[in-house]
Each structure stands twice: as C-alpha cells, then as structure tokens.
Write a protein that binds this ligand. Structure first.
Ligand SMILES: Nc1ncnc2c1ncn2[C@@H]1O[C@H](COP(=O)(O)OP(=O)(O)OP(=O)(O)O)[C@@H](O)[C@H]1O
Ligand SMILES: [Mg+2]
Length: 406
C-alpha cells in the first residue's frame, strides 16, 4: 500500500481536518451569488504548511462541481504590465468557460470587447490571440490598472450572470502582488460585490496583504490605504490557519492507520499539530513502523528520520535563493528578533542589514511585526536553524570596492 500521508506542499490530504466551517461558508457564498446576493468571501492567512493551498484546492473543486468558471492563479512578482497580461489571459479563459463563443449573448460579446480593450494597452505583447479582434474603445483601456480591472471584471460578471453561472478567482501566495496590483483587485471585486454580480475572489497569503501596504504607497487620486482596508473588510472574512485542534490533529494522524493515544499525544507535541509537520511525521513513521498499530515507541524511534525529512523537504524548501549572510541573519533572529539586536549580533549596523532583511521578507521567509520584530513565517523554523546552525557564525563583511583612484 502506498504511504497514505501527504507531506508535500499543496498535496491534498485524504481528510481535510477542521475546515468544515470555512467550506460551508464558501458554499453559502456561491449559493448566494447564484441567487444574486452578495456575501463575504475569504482571504485566508497562515504560516507555511498550515493548509492554505489545500483549502483553496477544495474551493476549486467545489466551484468546479457547480460548473463555475475558475481563474486559478499562483501569484508571482510581476510588473503591472505582466500582471495585466496574466489577468487578460485568465479572463479570456474564464469568458470562454462561461460560454462557448458561438453561444455568447450580448453581455458576453460586450465582455469580450472590454477584455480586448483591457489587453490592447499591452500593444504587441497582448496575450490575446490574433482572432480576438473585438475591442470596446474607451472601456478598460485608460492604462490605469485599477479602473481598467474594474471595468473588465464588471463586464465578465455581467456575462456570467447572463449565462446563469459564476466566476471565481482563486489566488494563492497573495503576498507576492504589489500594493497597486492588490488594491486594483480589491477595488474591482468591491465594485462587483456592490453590483451583486456572480464573480468573486478567494485568496490566501502568508499574512494579511492589505496590512502590508505602506502608508503613502497609493498614488494621488487613488483610494487611501484606509479605504482599501475598508473595502477589503467588506469583501472578506479573514480565516487564520495555524495548528490544528487536538481532535483534528488526531484525525489527521489516524487518517492513515491506527495510532495509540500515547502515540497521538507524542506526535502532537513533536509537530505542534501543524498540518505539514503532522503529515511529515506520519509519512516517516508509516514507513518505519513495526506493527499495524503505531505506538509511542515508533514515534520516538522515528524522530531522527523525521528531523532529517523536514529539514530537507520542508524547511529548506524556500532556502534555494539565500546566501550565507541571509542564513546568518535568520540564525541571529532566533536569539535577537528586534531589528537593532539582530544587526548587533551580526556586528553590523541596522542600515548595513536593511537589504538582507528586506530580501528575506521578499522571499517569504520573514514577516515584520508592527513592533519591528522579525518573525519566521514557517512554524518550528527556530528548531531547524538551531539544529543545522548550533552557533551563529558572523560572516565577514564584504570589502567595499574602492573607487578607481589613479
Ligand atoms: N486541514 C488539513 N487536514 C489535514 N492535513 C492538512 C490540512 N491542511 C493541510 N494539510 C496538509 O498539510 C500540508 C501543507 O498544506 P498546504 O501546502 O496547503 O499548506 P500552505 O499553508 O499552503 O503552505 P505554504 O505557505 O508553504 O504554501 C500538506 O501536506 C497537506 O496535505
Ligand atoms: Mg501553499
């Protein structure tokens, strides 16, 4: 029998434990939208490995079973043109999923024109194929991302309604969007929400992305950060995922076989009941167990293998692009999370560490709290760092290159 545990990121588990209330809220949202009533959607946040992606996968399968059109996006860092290009491409697929071209009514035809205009701003790099010649000049082609996205999504929403269906955007890794892109989406979906159109967005990110918009980031004539916040609060509930409840952790461990109560207790302590870590431990123990029932002794014997497994597969996953200074910075945070203390531990000034710190935030490894402390985005990351770097070794400072001075 294949190993029943699913430790890979985004790998859908046999049982999705403890998510029933979010599932039913999502189902009610689609129910409501199909009848012309709006309700709040969800913007899910949580540390790495807490189950954001698999919850989104569940929403995709619910929407698919109801024959909604789905725009399924893993956000990546792009400039605004790249963002517009991806949006245009995805909206095209969504419109074709709402109805085949030959069956388009007037709303869908209008949406195709608006979408053509939205993409026309990109000139030759438009992702729409040559046969997509419709445009509606004056709609969605101002070049202003927020206004153009709003016009496009409103037209798509109208088309979906006319064809008795809906469209759901499912966006993972929201923290990678820029403030302007995020607020364009919030603006646009907020307008669709007010118009009670069957088009909505459900998203997930490491932290609440609206909170990360810096003061003063919004250009003139655009909504202020407070306005974006207010719109997001109307659009979304904010489920925060973390460790599972005791019973859900036990159900997760037992989803692959029998475990004694003692084994469940020990495994819950070791993993802190975080979904990814529970599956990792289950995965390792399942391969190594001696009998059909997993006992406390099996768990204790599996700890070294478990640590090796999570170090390789979970903790190192996002460390591909970090250098020695980044690693030392992460290690320094374990004992000294305040910005000034981290810098001091590395025998540097705060200014000398600014780029390193910002880079780590950018790579999704760190989150900065309102008190300016660095916190890890991965549960149990401290233990990993302590295991792999027992002491902090301060990297030598690079010599500044001297200007050529004859
Ligand atoms: N509700 C749940 N019940 C049981 N297992 C779960 C649950 N949610 C997630 N898992 C398991 O946890 C692991 C991590 O899930 P997932 O990749 O969705 O987390 P994530 O929050 O998206 O992490 P990341 O931020 O790294 O993308 C997977 O192995 C998945 O099978
Ligand atoms: Mg994920």
């Amino acid at each position: 029998m294949n190993n029943p545990y699913t430790p890979e990121s985004g790998e859908v588990p046999r049982e999705l434990a403890g998510r029933e209330k979010y599932r039913s809220a999502f189902i009610s949202l689609l129910d409501g939208l199909e009848r012309g009533h709006t309700a709040r959607s969800q913007l899910i946040t949580g540390m790495r490995g807490t189950g954001k992606t698999v919850l989104l996968r569940e929403y995709v399968s619910i929407a698919r079973s109801r024959r909604w059109a789905i725009v399924d996006i893993d956000a990546v860092r792009r400039d605004d043109d790249g963002f517009r290009r991806q949006l245009a491409f995805e909206c095209r697929s969504a419109l074709l999923a709402v109805s085949a071209r030959g069956h388009w009514g007037s709303e869908a035809k209008r949406a195709s024109g608006v979408l053509g205009s939205f993409a026309s701003v990109l000139g030759a790099s438009s992702p729409l194929t040559a046969e997509w010649t419709e445009t509606t000049p004056g709609a969605a082609d101002t070049g202003q991302l927020s206004a153009d996205t709003t016009a496009t999504l409103l037209a798509l929403g109208e088309a979906a309604r006319a064809h008795d269906t809906g469209i759901v955007f499912v966006i993972d890794e929201l923290q990678r969007l820029t403030s302007a892109q995020l607020s364009a989406l919030i603006d646009a979906f907020h307008r669709c929400y007010l118009r009670e159109l069957p088009i909505t967005v459900v998203g997930a990110g490491l932290t609440d992305p609206v909170d990360e918009i810096p003061e003063g980031a919004q250009p003139p004539n655009r909504p202020t950060v407070d306005e974006v916040r207010a719109r997001a609060d109307r659009l979304f509930e904010f489920p925060v995922l973390g460790a599972l409840a005791d019973a859900d952790a036990a159900a997760t461990l037992r989803s692959g076989g029998s475990w004694t109560d003692g084994a469940v207790l020990t495994a819950s302590t070791i993993t802190g009941k975080f979904p990814a870590l529970l599956h990792a431990l289950g995965f390792v123990v399942w391969d190594a167990r001696n009998t059909d029932v997993v006992t406390e002794a099996d768990i204790e014997n599996a700890v070294p293998e478990y640590e090796k497994f999570v170090d390789e597969n979970f903790f190192r996953r996002d460390l591909g692009r970090v250098d020695d200074v980044d690693l030392a910075y992460l290690r320094a945070i374990v004992d000294a999370p305040a910005e000034i203390d981290t810098a001091r531990a590395l025998e540097r000034t705060v200014a000398q560490c600014t780029r390193t710190r910002a880079g780590l935030v950018d790579k999704g490894l760190l989150h900065i709290t309102k008190n300016n402390e660095s916190v890890f985005t991965t549960p149990h990351f401290e233990s990993f760092l302590l295991r792999t770097m027992p002491t902090l070794e301060v990297p030598a400072r690079k010599q500044r290159r001297r200007r050529y001075d004859p």
